[in-house]
Design a binder for this molecule. Structure first.
Ligand SMILES: NC(=O)c1ccc[n+]([C@@H]2O[C@H](COP(=O)([O-])OP(=O)(O)OC[C@H]3O[C@@H](n4cnc5c(N)ncnc54)[C@H](OP(=O)(O)O)[C@@H]3O)[C@@H](O)[C@H]2O)c1
Length: 222
């Protein structure tokens, strides 16, 4: 296995799983219910019958046994879920993709979780993990549409150079995605919060906007 996605049955997790599998990575889709994970893997295979997607269903602890783990639960469950998988996640690169958002007066707004970001909460829950924050700005609809390239610039934050590199290498596997080093986990809060603006734009203009940086070139090692 290459990547495990904890909470991989939601729109974000399954889109990321399908995209990573489409470039040949072995991906475990994790769930609190292994049966639900199996249903989702079946759904993805039915959606893309002509593609050989190496996807594997599992309960979350098995997904968290992969060498690199993405947390794709709702943001307010990310830290508790990570804490429950502490043994599996210790010493590993763990990618947090949660955005702390709430609908207030009909508008999606960023909320500030303890420590300032979802990723901070995950790192605090499993201090032995090498947490990075990434994938916040890629809409699941376009990420999971394998008929089109998943184009976009992915901001990666981490306190651990090794986690930045592993996350950036994963992103580089997908043609047309570019990783950028956005700094330490202290930068994860504003990166996550900006998703509220993007989602509002996408709602207002009926789009699938993500971010593309101009004025700097990748490739971008620390
Ligand atoms: N949707 C997007 O376009 C997008 C894009 C970028 C980032 N994100 C972020 O990615 C994360 C996942 O987004 P999503 O839309 O896929 O979320 P979601 O559908 O609400 O949740 C994903 C999965 O998490 C599991 N889950 C639900 N409640 C849980 C709980 N209390 N504890 C543990 N697991 C729970 C469920 O899987 P099981 O029931 O199978 O366990 C669910 O299918 C979010 O944090 C979001 O902010 C989303």
């Amino acid at each position: 296995m290459d990547v495990g996605i904890v909470g991989g049955t939601g729109p974000a997790g399954r889109a990321l799983a399908a995209r990573l599998a489409s470039v040949g990575l072995q991906v475990v889709i994790g769930s609190r219910s292994a049966d639900r994970a199996a249903e989702i893997v079946d759904d993805i295979h039915k959606k893309w019958p002509d593609r050989d997607l190496p996807l594997h269903p599992a309960a979350n602890p098995q997904a968290a046994a992969a060498p690199l783990v993405v947390l794709a639960t709702p943001w307010d469950a990310a830290a508790d879920t990570a804490a429950g998988l502490r043994a599996e996640l210790s010493g590993k690169v763990v990618v947090s993709m949660g955005n702390a958002l709430a609908k207030i007066d009909g508008e999606l707004q960023a909320v500030v979780p303890p420590g300032g970001s979802v990723a901070w909460g995950v790192q605090a829950a499993v201090p032995e993990a090498l947490v990075s924050a990434a994938f916040h700005h890629l809409p699941a609809r376009s990420l999971g549409d394998l008929n089109r390239p998943a184009s976009g610039d992915v901001l990666v934050c981490s306190d651990h150079p090794e986690a930045f590199e592993a996350t950036a290498d994963l992103i580089r596997r997908v043609p047309d995605l570019r990783p950028f080093d956005a700094g330490s986990l202290a930068a994860a809060g504003p990166v996550e919060a900006f998703t509220a603006v993007l989602l509002s734009l996408n709602g207002r203009y009926k789009g699938r906007a993500t971010i593309h940086l101009t004025g700097i070139d990748g490739d971008n090692k620390r």
